[in-house]
Design a protein around this ligand. Structure first.
Ligand SMILES: NC(=O)c1ccc[n+]([C@@H]2O[C@H](COP(=O)([O-])OP(=O)(O)OC[C@H]3O[C@@H](n4cnc5c(N)ncnc54)[C@H](OP(=O)(O)O)[C@@H]3O)[C@@H](O)[C@H]2O)c1
Length: 321
């Protein structure tokens, strides 16, 4: 994508989610945020409901959203509800989809896990990071397609990561069945698959009024890092001598980390934009991925033919279990 055709906004890396939606009225808009009970997901929920939306927090543990639900009860702005969803379990995804009624204006695929130390499997036998971060969201989006179409104009937002830059999707061994499992490769590949999911939706559902974009939220200190051991955290420079977490200067607050998510979910500034990738509230350039890549979006995550191949892989995976 050349610089002239990339979407830009007046916002910066430090803009908060609430600032993105300043003056935007989302009354009557129905939205789902997966993993919306914690971290940047919770801040996205807060901003979207604060602008008037009716937001469903899709979470493994609905009680974890009690605080958010209470925050908006009778507040005169939006509404927050919670519903059970385990993205790692297709049975749970199907139950969530079956229970959803009416139109859906935005699906925010935010939930994720990172760097699970050993290879674990979902109930359907998929490697856990791919199963949760990608296949679960694929099944959810596909299951909610009719509700998104019924909205007339709907957005799908996929929260990916800069970690996608280093890892192309491995069609030969997507589940780490033959090669040794690597926690970071598995995370990176699942996040590449997430970007390709946005491209795949953009290619298929445009005629239904549905757009889809992916994003990198930046670095934010959240529960996501809970599977990293002390040695890894030290190598990242985020532990002090006493073993306490420290935020590096480029770290964002959760409210800043949620900004690009809500930009893509609800800002009129990106009306009609689809199949793109944003970071720090700007569409970024397409780059060659690999270990040296530090910014932008990798061509291995935006290539339309790869997106179609992955879509076909995911459809087969879903029907085979
Ligand atoms: N923080 C960063 O620096 C950073 C950087 C790049 C990308 N991201 C991405 O940002 C997204 C949000 O992460 P975060 O930093 O806000 O971390 P977080 O607080 O750990 O949020 C992740 C959410 O995903 C949920 N989740 C995990 N497994 C799930 C499952 N099987 N079914 C349903 N929900 C599940 C978690 O719920 P539970 O409480 O049930 O575990 C949690 O609410 C993730 O996709 C992550 O990859 C974050």
């Amino acid at each position: 994508m050349s610089a002239e055709t990339r979407t830009s906004t007046p916002f910066t890396a430090r803009t908060t989610a609430a600032e993105i939606l300043d003056g935007v009225d989302l009354t009557g808009r129905r939205m789902i945020v997966t993993g919306g009970a914690s971290g940047i997901g919770a801040e996205a929920v807060r901003a979207l409901a604060g602008a008037g939306a009716e937001v469903t927090v899709a979470t493994r543990n609905p009680a974890a959203a009690d605080g958010l639900v209470a925050e908006f009860a009778g507040a005169g702005s939006g509404v927050v509800r919670a519903a059970a969803l385990d993205l790692a379990d297709l049975t749970s995804v199907n139950a969530f989809v079956a229970a959803w009624e009416g139109p859906l204006h935005a699906l925010v695929a935010n939930a994720g896990i990172m760097a699970i130390p050993t290879r674990q499997l979902t109930p359907q036998g998929w490697e856990l990071q791919l199963g949760t971060n990608y296949l679960g969201h694929f099944a959810l989006a596909r299951g909610l397609h009719d509700s998104l179409r019924a909205a007339g104009s709907a957005r799908v937002v996929i929260v990916s990561s800069g970690a996608h830059l280093r890892e192309a999707f491995d069609f030969d061994d997507p589940q780490f069945e033959r090669q040794p499992y690597d926690p970071w490769s598995a995370y990176g590949r699942s996040k590449t698959a997430d970007v390709l999911l946005a491209v795949g939706i953009a290619r298929r559902w445009a005629a239904d009024g549905i757009v889809a974009n992916a994003l990198n939220p930046g670095y934010i200190n959240t529960n996501l890092q809970r599977h990293m051991d002390e040695e890894t955290l030290r190598s990242f420079g985020v532990l002090d001598e006493a073993g306490n977490r420290i935020d590096l200067e480029y770290y964002k607050t959760p409210a800043q980390g949620a900004a690009t998510t809500v930009l893509l979910a609800a800002s009129p500034l990106v009306d009609g934009v689809t199949g793109r990738y944003f970071s720090d509230n700007q569409e970024v350039e397409v780059v060659v991925g690999g270990p040296e890549a530090t910014g932008g979006v990798a061509v291995h995550a935006t290539d339309p033919a790869t997106a179609d191949r992955l879509w076909a892989y995911a459809e087969r995976a879903l029907t085979s279990r």
